[in-house]
Design a protein around this ligand. Structure first.
Ligand SMILES: [Zn+2]
Length: 57
């Protein structure tokens, strides 16, 4: 299963595996929500699992 997080700003962040997913969420926070960051375990707690087909790359 892939991972998905719908950011409150409307950005939908997806990745196939945890390390890439945490990196993608962290990068989005840094670029779109300056000053916000969350530890990996909190990011994972907010994530939804979705079918791999939902991930478009
Ligand atoms: Zn956002």
């Amino acid at each position: 299963m892939a991972l998905e997080l719908m950011c409150p700003c409307g950005e939908n962040i997806t990745a196939l595996e945890q390390p890439a997913f945490v990196d993608a969420v962290t990068a989005h926070l840094a670029s779109a929500h300056e000053g916000r960051s969350y530890p990996a375990d909190m990011i994972m707690a907010m994530a939804n699992t979705v079918p791999d087909s939902r991930v478009t790359g």
